[in-house]
Design a protein around this ligand. Structure first.
Ligand code: NAD
Ligand code: TDX
Length: 353
């Protein structure tokens, strides 16, 4: 049934990570009546510094709590004390390469953590239909495409990596809680995000950083793998639409209409860095082909027709513009990059199995 949902007390999990911090910043700016409890364990990927401006600007409506989604007692206290009416669940281990090196953390957080959160919501909400649980997921649950076709909401699940298998499991749990307990849930599966505050282990920020510092740009395999790039601000707008207007029990695919081979992405990045920060040699010379990722999905492409038809959402930021903004943001925020990586990531290759 289509009923507009008005979030008032929102529990955001993983709101100190890349997409979560952008979401919190955006939705608090848009909705002056919304209050957010931001629960994040601050793993290597989550940093308070990504929320500095949010905490200054919205101190009365943004409450940060450091804690783990697997901590059921903490969750119960949060639901009770803050009278949560909406959950937007981002918290996850999110990097495919790390899931190849150490899959169990992914099962713990992505599967068990989601189950704990669902149970906490079920027990606090007791069948309320006006409280909503939104689960943020990925197109990687659908596996890999060859050169044809798109993932729709009906595409069968066929995950390849421990990361995508754990996200697939969490999607199934959310649907099961809707069918079995009547919980009001929505799910979104989106393509690769890029933009400000992304931890520099992922392709785009890693390449920007390496290009700026004159280090090799490691392209896996022959660089022909295709991803559909979505600007994080567009993604956050889509999530807000689904939370407010999505049909209970329904899944929405979110994509950028922007398929590109990895090698092309890296080349455009090199040219963008060259234009904004001219160097002695073209950065394309730093491109280095390296051993492929085990189980590397060849192509992802999203059919985002449902969210367009039903909720009127389409991506608005074109890739070259989004990438320019992103490169500029990383150039202007080298201090952020240093702060989030200094203790735990030096740009080394991850995920060789
Ligand atoms: P991220 O790794 O940048 O952030 C994840 C956040 O979750 C971090 O702040 C981390 O501290 C927190 N966290 C991890 N384990 C936790 C735990 N046990 N308890 C509480 N907090 C915990 O990830 P992201 O890129 O912002 O992704 C957010 C969500 O979106 C994830 O669920 C991911 O699967 C999904 N997603 C991401 C992309 C993408 O391109 N980045 C694409 C599709 C879907
Ligand atoms: O150094 C690299 N070289 C390279 O060629 C890295 C880090 C990646 N790659 C390739 C692998 C992928 O084909 O670039 C592509 C993008 O890689 P990632 O940035 O690691 O993203 P991906 O594996 O596609 O997963 C991302 O999108 C879906 C997010 O990390 C997931 O959280 C999300 O669910």
């Amino acid at each position: 049934m289509s009923v507009v949902h008005h979030p008032r007390k929102m529990l955001v999990t993983g709101g100190a990570g890349f997409i979560g911090c952008n979401f919190v910043r955006q939705i608090l700016g848009e909705d002056p009546e919304l209050e957010i409890i931001n629960l994040d364990a601050l793993t290597y990927a989550g940093h308070r510094i990504s929320l500095e401006d949010v905490e200054n600007r919205h101190s009365s409506r943004h409450h940060f709590l450091q804690g783990d989604i697997r901590d059921r007692k903490l969750l119960a206290e949060i639901f009770e004390r803050h009278e949560i009416d909406t959950v937007v669940h981002f918290a996850a281990e999110s990097h495919v390469d790390r899931s190849i090196d150490g899959p169990l953390d992914f099962i713990e957080t992505n599967v068990m953590g989601t189950a704990q959160l669902l149970e906490a919501a079920r027990s606090a909400w007791k069948g309320r239909s006006d409280a909503r649980f939104h689960h943020v997921s990925t197109d990687e649950v659908f596996g890999s495409l060859d050169e044809n076709g798109f993932f729709t909401e009906e595409t069968p699940y066929d995950p390849s990596s421990p990361y995508s298998a754990s996200k697939a499991a969490s999607d199934h749990l959310v649907r099961a809680w809707a069918r079995t307990y009547g919980m009001n849930v929505t799910i979104s599966n989106c393509s690769n995000n890029y933009g400000p505050y992304q931890f520099p282990e992922k392709l785009i920020p890693l390449m920007i950083r390496n290009a700026v510092e004159g280090r090799p740009l490691p392209v896996y395999g022959d660089g022909s793998n295709v991803r559909d790039w979505l600007y994080v601000i567009d993604h956050c707008r889509a999530i807000a639409e689904v939370v407010r207007k999505g049909v209970s029990g329904r899944t929405y695919n979110i994509g950028g209409h922007n398929e590109m081979k990895n090698l092309e992405v890296v080349e455009i990045l090199c040219d963008t860095v060259d234009a904004l920060l001219p160097g002695e040699k073209p950065r394309r010379e730093l491109i280095t082909f390296v051993k492929d990722r085990p189980g590397h999905d060849q192509r992802y492409a999203i059919d985002a027709g449902r969210i367009d038809r039903e909720l009127g959402w389409t991506p608005s930021v074109d890739f070259e513009k989004g990438l320019r903004e992103t490169v500029r943001w990383y150039l202007d925020n080298e201090g952020w990059c240093r702060a989030v990586t200094e203790e735990n990531y030096g740009g080394e290759r991850l995920g060789q199995g």
